[in-house]
Design a protein around this ligand. Structure first.
Ligand code: PEP
Length: 257
């Protein structure tokens, strides 16, 4: 039933690109994407490049995402950025619970959940990341870890708004390592996630939610991954930093059935 879901390619630029570099890259990306609307394309620059990116993308099909946010609207949270602040810069998506946030900055499921609820309340689409470490995979606990992160992150999410969610399955051992999950490994977890979403929100809604794969996705391995029944796109780190590889991934998503 993947036809219900438009493929989505999201670029996570992490801590890369100044405002000027972002504008230059987006110039090429917007030309490359052109008017195509068979694939949804989102770029997530660092906070400092969001404003120049919004200008560079004005009138284009490419949407703007952020890489994190705080759940409160404002207040004494030094160094943080809120959902209304992102909205004011024409941001439509926000990555939440990325494994780098979880491991390096202490984001817990509870904290991620507060952010998810705040994003939805402010009409931002969360891209909720879940995924196991290598030790967890080796210990055979992949599905338990993913279930805990998914259920924890989505606690209190209303069935009516759930279809706008995007989930990203990112095995931590595949992020930035060049090691990609096999199509079987990825599809198994994606199908499991869809089953969990069905239990939480009903099957009809679960069929509408995009589940992205993330972890060393490149033009060379994307076709096979994107052809899997429950893989609806990619959350891309390294390969999103250059127009050519990012556009090749968009093209791969366009031809994947
Ligand atoms: C990511 O950080 O979300 C990611 C998938 O990175 P990479 O594509 O570089 O593995």
């Amino acid at each position: 039933m993947s036809s219900l879901r438009k493929k989505l390619i999201a670029g996570n630029w992490k801590m890369n690109k100044t405002a000027a570099e972002a504008s230059a890259l987006l110039k090429d990306i917007r030309i490359g994407v052109g008017k195509r609307n068979d694939v949804e394309v989102v770029v997530c620059p660092p906070f400092t490049a969001l404003e120049s990116s919004a200008v560079a993308l004005e009138g284009s099909m490419v949407k703007l995402g952020a890489q994190n946010m705080h759940h409160e609207a404002n207040g004494a949270f030094t160094g943080e950025i809120s959902a209304p602040m992102l909205r004011s810069l024409f941001v439509t998506h926000v990555i939440l619970g990325h494994s780098e946030r979880r491991t390096l900055f202490g984001d817990t499921d509870k904290f991620v959940n507060q952010k998810v609820l705040s994003a939805i309340k402010n009409q931002l689409k969360p891209i909720l990341c879940v995924g196991e470490t290598l030790a967890e995979r080796d210990a055979g606990t992949t599905l338990t870890v993913v279930k805990t992160q998914l259920e924890g992150g989505l606690e209190g999410v209303n069935k009516d708004t759930a279809a706008t969610l995007v989930i990203a399955y990112e095995p931590v051992w595949a992020i930035g390592t060049g090691k990609v999950a096999t199509t079987e490994q990825a599809q198994e977890v994606h199908a499991f996630i869809r089953g969990l979403l069905g239990k939480l929100f009903g099957d009809q809604t679960a069929q509408k939610i995009r589940i992205l794969y993330g972890g060393s996705m490149k033009p060379a391995n994307a076709g096979e991954l994107l052809a899997q029944a429950d893989i609806d796109g990619g959350l891309v780190g390294g390969a999103s930093l250059e127009a050519r590889s990012f556009l090749d991934l968009v093209a791969a998503a366009g031809t994947a059935v």
